[in-house]
Design a protein around this ligand. Structure first.
Ligand SMILES: [Zn+2]
Length: 486
């Protein structure tokens, strides 16, 4: 007898439909799986056999062939356990074959028959819902998949529980927990650094990337951590996008579903695959885990040169594209990049208190490690110096707070949406244009750098509710590229 159970396999953040077909026939006892399955799927044979027996089902003493269709698609992961077991039960008459005409199944089996969550439960939920199907899966994932509106989920603790028929549908949903700000560092807690805080605000208002340059211990990491709190609340769609990445990476997606923007700070020894994604089977990298949030790269020039250059395409396109023998995998990667570096190898170039031991060629070489094209993508770059100890000792209250800054960010974004959609070049005043030309020529800015600079000037104008981009806005934007040319 034959039976079919629908399921899916992960490709990027999507669960691509797969049919599990089981054929049970007389012959020497055999349990084979065909259809481009990886090692974890092949191991399903042992788990399925043990799980069925310990749950009181019969495992057929016959020839059992499981085919995963379509055959050319590479299948990976342990989520095939449950659909394989169900297909065998249907093919041996222990469950009615028509049960799975409109139900997709996914889950890992324990030897005792328990059903467990697998990476990408959320992707399976989105896929099943998109195909108009119910989803049968582990009870433990019920709250996570509940984030998919209108999904009909059938939660099950163990495979023994389906003997009496499928568990009831659970249509969601309780709304995701209240979102909002949980910045772990508030701007009010950071003494001094008013220029850097202004830059954080501009970066948050315009979605710009930021480079902080300063000696060790000047507070660059604190400033980067404060960034998440300045960004506007995530839309429901953005929450789902971010949660899908966490889910397929095998991480808990609940914080993303609740609207918490991710903050990722990989070490500079991070590999290319670790930063932008890769591996077999492919997994999202840090830049995708930071999707909708902040990617913080401390000791920026210490990252491998190839690793740094691998950031260019994902930063430009907002998505990582990995070309694999089995096809193309895409992960979203829309991040605010905050990078930090010392001004030179010893860290003290330009420091008023300590002297730098680096020669000028050494400093130039150190800066050059980032590379012009990547540097151009850092819209704002500023020096962050160690602050006067008296500011720390006297605990002078900072005039800025995350709450107030975030309100200004939201207002600037709102102004940007409401003003006439004129190109930034057309909204330059005559004097702003002159200043831009002079500045770009004086600093030999590349075409890309000029475009980026215009974007920053536009954001600064939006922050002062000005439809035109004035000379002062361009002047301030130019000031945030100054470090490059010292
Ligand atoms: Zn130095």
């Amino acid at each position: 007898m034959q039976a079919t159970v629908p399921t899916g396999t992960l490709v990027g953040v999507d669960a691509v439909p797969v049919e599990v077909q089981a054929d049970v026939s007389a012959g020497l006892p055999l349990f084979g799986i065909v259809g481009l399955a990886d090692a974890a799927v092949m191991e399903a044979r042992d788990r399925v056999r043990a799980a069925l027996r310990s749950s009181g089902y019969d495992f057929p003493n016959a020839r059992v062939i499981v085919n995963l269709a379509p055959a050319p698609l590479r299948k990976h992961g342990t989520g095939f356990d449950l659909p394989i077991a169900l297909a065998v039960l249907c093919a041996t008459g222990q469950l009615p074959t028509e049960t799975f005409s409109n139900v997709s199944a996914v889950g890992e089996l324990g030897l005792d028959g328990s059903v467990r969550s697998v990476p990408g439960m959320l992707a399976h939920a989105v896929a099943a819902n998109g195909r108009g199907m119910d989803l049968l899966g582990p009870a433990a994932a019920a709250d996570v998949v509940g984030a998919v509106p209108e999904l009909r989920y059938r939660p099950v603790d163990s495979i023994g529980a389906v003997r009496a028929g499928l568990p009831g549908r659970r249509s969601h949903t309780s709304d995701a927990p209240a979102a909002d700000v949980q910045a772990d560092v508030d701007l009010a807690d950071i003494a001094g650094h008013e220029t850097a805080k202004r830059c954080l605000e501009i970066a948050a208002a315009g979605g710009h990337n930021l480079l902080l340059v300063g000696p060790p211990g000047s507070g660059k990491t604190m400033l980067a951590r404060a960034m998440c709190g300045l960004l506007p609340p995530l839309t429901p769609n953005e929450r789902l996008e971010a949660a899908l990445v966490q889910s397929v990476a095998g991480r808990d997606p609940r914080a993303s579903l609740a609207g918490v923007r991710p903050f990722r700070a990989p070490h500079h020894s991070c590999s290319i695959a670790g930063l932008v994604g890769g591996g077999t089977p492919p997994l999202p990298g840090e830049i995708s885990l930071a999707h909708t949030g902040v990617l913080f790269l401390d000791e920026f020039p210490e990252f491998g040169p190839a690793t740094l250059q691998s950031l260019r395409q994902p930063l430009e396109e907002g998505a990582v594209t990995l070309v694999r023998a089995c096809g193309v995998v895409r992960y979203p990667s829309r991040v605010t990049l905050v990078a930090a570096m010392n001004p030179c190898r010893c860290g003290y170039q330009g420091d008023p208190a300590r002297s730098c031991s680096c020669s000028s060629p050494m400093i130039a070489q150190y800066k050059a490690r980032i590379g012009g094209p990547l540097y151009d993508r850092m819209d704002l770059s500023i020096r962050v110096d160690r602050i006067d100890p008296s500011l720390l000792i006297d605990e002078i209250a900072s005039p800025s707070s995350t709450e107030a800054a975030r309100a200004r960010v939201l207002a600037a974004r709102e102004f940007g949406r409401s003003r006439p959609p004129v190109g930034v070049r057309a909204s330059l005043t005559r004097s702003a244009r002159h200043l831009l030309e002079a500045g770009a020529r004086g600093a030999s800015l590349s075409g890309r750098a000029v475009t980026r600079l215009l974007g920053v000037a536009r954001t600064i104008a939006d922050m002062s509710a000005s439809a035109r981009v004035e000379e002062e806005h361009v002047g301030e934007a130019l000031g945030y590229r100054a470090w490059e040319y010292q």
